[in-house]
Ligand binder design. Structure first.
Ligand code: SAM
Length: 221
């Protein structure tokens, strides 16, 4: 979307504000935040909000937390959710690394990272979000049996995630026998997915299950 098209999201409406969380650093109490104790899903890097808004609409009995670096996109995500009548979403603007640190242990039954910024240049790959430390933090906030989905058209990023998972054995079990699958149809296509498919890219899909073997309070090493 062009910069001019994004201008309309510079202002946050009162209705959008209800779906957008604070910029503090305190640990989040999700039961208080949503006013109920429901199953929860987390999306990191929500972009324009196609996925989280439609998932939230499709699962009104569950609650959704979304993290997105760009605050204009956060407003847009909130706008999309409201348009679909999905008020079971709370969006947070900021760096996923610090936002995940605010989450309680074992809180989510699904985690999605779809088309994470690829940082394709070799010298920039260390900036990629899903590194070993981040996978450890995700393991902390994932409930036992939680499914973590990672999709990317940048194949060396997906392979890097697989390699990183192998360095923390006992936390994440791959649900794909070969470690990955290609061109798995997803329920709700994201903007980047649509663009990449149109370009003819092959999309790699990783799917892991949080194992039961280690307790969350031992995961800070
Ligand atoms: C390539 S886009 C993909 C967006 C969306 N998931 C999709 O598939 O259309 C990556 C998104 O992640 C966000 N992002 C990048 N680094 C981030 C970080 N450290 N924390 C939170 N969001 C981040 C970017 O702002 C961008 O919206």
């Amino acid at each position: 979307m062009s910069t001019s098209a994004m201008r309309r999201y510079r202002q946050t409406t009162a209705a959008q504000e209800d779906l957008i969380g604070d910029r503090g650093t305190d640990r989040l109490d999700l039961d208080v935040l949503f006013g109920r104790a429901a199953p929860r899903r987390l999306e990191i890097g929500c972009g324009h909000g196609e996925f989280i808004s439609q998932m939230a609409q499709a699962h009104p009995d569950e609650d959704f937390v979304g993290f997105e670096l760009d605050h204009l996109r956060v407003n847009k995500c909130a706008h999309k959710c409201l348009k679909l009548g999905a008020t079971n979403v709370r969006m947070y603007a900021g760096e996923a690394e610090s936002l995940v640190a605010r989450l309680p242990d074992a809180a989510f039954r699904r985690i999605y990272i779809l088309f994470s910024d690829p940082w394709p240049k070799l010298a920039h790959r260390r900036r990629r979000l899903v590194n070993r430390a981040f996978l450890l933090e995700l393991a902390r906030v994932a409930a036992p049996g939680c499914i973590f989905v990672f999709a990317s058209d940048t194949h060396n990023y997906a392979m890097q995630v697989l390699a990183n998972v192998s360095t923390i054995p006992g936390l994440w079990r791959s649900l794909h026998p070969a470690g990955y699958m290609v061109d798995v149809p997803v329920r709700f296509e994201t903007v980047f997915e649509r663009h990449k498919r149109a370009e003819g890219c092959t999309i790699m899909n990783l799917r892991f299950e949080r194992t039961l073997s280690r307790q969350a309070d031992t995961l800070r090493d």
